[in-house]
Design a protein around this ligand. Structure first.
Ligand SMILES: Cc1ncc(COP(=O)(O)O)c(C=O)c1O
Length: 309
């Protein structure tokens, strides 16, 4: 995205950038639009601030694309930000150009800062996803990313936020810098790592993307073969959000806990990402090697067969 260095803040991972931005933007009682399923950091930070997470739908029947009409309908005078996670955790979705444009248009028209969580941008199976603001420097977009995912260095806590050059973001930027000054300094040594990563050889990402695609294919094929489980194929990252047709009265947490006890395989229940417990969603991280995944999915298949009897 076109941005000058004075609008970039080095952060302790994407997480700190998100926290700085939400703290700068929202006060108690304010509203922030976040997707469901959501990434839990957003709801946690908003709870700390006392602001309200207002959830907009993303639709599994349309490849987990955000429902833009729903986003529009949820905007009120207290809306302070619109969170967009593309590519997405937990769904593994990448958003269509139409949806991306519509979301930026909404933010622009209503002057609502769009917080673009782009931490998986380099891990779309078909190649990197462009920054949401790349073609829209006129729109109020703040981009967040880090070395955690595409550079396999989550423990380094090396991240950044880039505040778009739209003058409507100038006060937000000033508030973020004021908050960031409270840290006394950034994670200085990590800046050298960031320069090396972003300007150096990135060829590892080609093989990483290919490895992720292979695991995604194994995952989708094996899960869709299990009676009672359906899954939307992911297009990025290392997550997938299958749905199990739960027996009446059972929740997603019942299912994942029973799976854990029976097999030792741990997934996160969908309601951990704010989907409804009775909907039966759960999230799988498919980073294990394909041979190990095959035995895990054998166990999952056998367990599910018994559970749904
Ligand atoms: C959507 C999303 N945003 C942010 C983060 C946090 O990343 P970082 O390690 O850069 O703080 C994660 C990590 O899982 C994530 O999935």
């Amino acid at each position: 995205m076109p941005v000058s260095p004075d609008r970039v803040v080095i952060t302790s991972g994407t997480s700190e950038g998100i926290e700085l931005a939400l703290t700068a933007l929202a006060e108690a009682g304010d509203e922030v639009l976040v997707p469901v399923p959501t990434y839990p950091l957003y709801t946690a930070v908003l709870a700390k601030i006392g602001a309200k997470a207002v959830f907009y739908r993303t639709n599994p029947d349309r490849g987990w694309q955000p429902d833009v009409d729903h986003v529009r309908a949820l905007i009120t005078p207290r809306t302070r930000a619109l969170v967009v996670i593309d590519p997405n955790n937990p769904s593994g979705a990448t958003y269509t150009p139409e949806v991306r444009t519509a979301l930026v248009d909404l933010a622009d028209r209503h002057s609502i800062p769009l917080l673009a969580d782009e931490v998986y941008a380099d891990l779309a199976f078909d190649g990197p996803v462009r920054a949401l603001s790349a073609d829209r420097p006129d729109a109020p977009v703040i981009s967040f990313s880090s070395l955690s995912k595409a550079y396999l260095a989550p423990g380094w806590r090396a991240g950044w936020m880039a505040v778009g050059q739209d003058p409507r973001l100038d006060e937000v930027l000033a508030a973020v810098k004021k908050l960031a000054d409270g840290r006394l300094c950034a994670t200085g040594p990590m800046e050298y790592a960031i320069v090396a990563a972003l300007t150096g050889d990135r060829s590892h990402q080609d093989s990483f993307r290919a490895a992720l695609r292979e695991r995604a294919e194994v995952t989708v094929q094996r899960l869709n073969a299990i009676e009672g489980i359906t899954v939307v194929p992911p297009t990025a990252a290392f997550y997938v959000m299958p749905k199990v047709a739960l027996p009446p009265g059972k929740t997603d947490a019942d299912f994942v806990l029973a799976l854990l006890r029976a097999t030792g395989v741990l997934c996160v229940h969908g309601s951990g990402f704010n989907t409804r417990p009775e909907d039966g969603f759960f999230r799988i991280v498919f980073l294990a090697d394909p041979a190990e995944l095959a035995t895990i999915y054998d166990d999952l298949a056998e367990f599910t067969r018994e559970y749904l009897k």
